[in-house]
Design a protein around this ligand. Structure first.
Ligand SMILES: NC(=O)c1ccc[n+]([C@@H]2O[C@H](COP(=O)([O-])OP(=O)(O)OC[C@H]3O[C@@H](n4cnc5c(N)ncnc54)[C@H](OP(=O)(O)O)[C@@H]3O)[C@@H](O)[C@H]2O)c1
Length: 235
């Protein structure tokens, strides 16, 4: 399968790319800003399974307009079509709205919502019947869940991503392209450690990646346009 994982330089995305490498002869594009970490990921994947091909694309998803960049060209050079797109890259700046800089506010909107929307728009022509888009949201952006001070813009951008998923599933129903959204609970990564120092998450990045990998490969047979809470901790 031809697979794209954004935010693959660390945390859940890094583990996710290695799971795909382990479980088949997939062609995987890994997108993030940190080139050296993406190289490390490529080496790790090659060690796990020399048949799997991982192509790192160092790229800043906070760019104003992805259509004006060479991102699509870079992707099309490596993959003729796309079976799975996982919008996993995310940014969390923990700050009450009153103290949040405008720069951080717009960066969260760009990375968590605008970039997935633009990436989907850019890559839809490369998808076909049976393709699956998985958007990674958060329990913070899940209606009725516990909310935390300092996460207003982060949670709102994740909620926007969730509703985008429902709408696009409807728009692309005839084309047979499935869209699902996973609203994750706490996972032990750098993001969580920075936002909630000292908090011990019940789920490791590798465990969550295992679930997302299986879901991305088979979940579109059972789900479309769904926002699914993936948590054992958050109410
Ligand atoms: N950990 C949790 O408890 C938790 C809970 C709910 C939801 N989530 C969601 O799960 C996803 C993965 O989170 P994580 O915990 O693994 O976070 P993480 O360890 O902080 O990793 C975030 C990833 O996103 C990439 N990224 C951030 N800004 C980017 C940009 N401007 N351009 C390109 N890539 C960018 C980072 O790569 P570079 O820095 O190299 O660019 C990194 O690979 C996120 O969407 C997050 O919101 C996490």
């Amino acid at each position: 399968m031809n697979i794209i994982v954004t935010g693959a330089s660390k945390g859940i995305g890094f583990e996710l790319a290695t799971k795909f490498a382990l479980h088949g002869n997939h062609h995987i594009i890994a997108i993030a800003r940190d080139e050296s970490k993406l190289e490390m990921l490529r080496n790790t994947c090659e060690e796990i399974n020399p048949q799997a091909k991982l192509y790192p694309i160092p790229f800043d998803l906070a760019s104003d307009n992805l259509a004006n960049t060479n991102l699509k060209e870079l992707i099309a050079k490596r993959l003729p079509h796309i079976d799975i797109l996982i919008n996993n890259a995310g940014l969390l700046v923990n700050s009450h709205l009153l103290n949040l800089s405008d720069d951080d506010l717009w960066r969260m909107i760009r990375v968590n919502f605008a970039a997935p929307a633009q990436l989907i728009k850019l890559l839809l022509p490369m998808m076909r019947q049976g393709s699956h888009v998985v958007n990674i949201s958060s329990m913070g952006g899940f209606q009725g869940s516990a909310k935390f001070p300092g996460l207003s813009i982060y949670s709102a951008t994740k909620a926007a991503l969730a509703i985008l998923t429902e709408c696009l599933a409807e728009e692309q129903k005839e084309a047979g392209i499935a869209f699902n959204c996973l609203a994750l609970g706490a996972v032990a990564t750098e993001m969580l450690a920075e936002a909630f120092p000292g908090y011990k998450a019940p789920t490791s990045a590798a465990e969550m990646a295992d679930f997302i990998c299986n879901f991305a490969l088979t979940g579109n047979r059972y789900f479309n346009g769904k926002i699914l809470p993936v948590t054992i901790s958050t109410p």
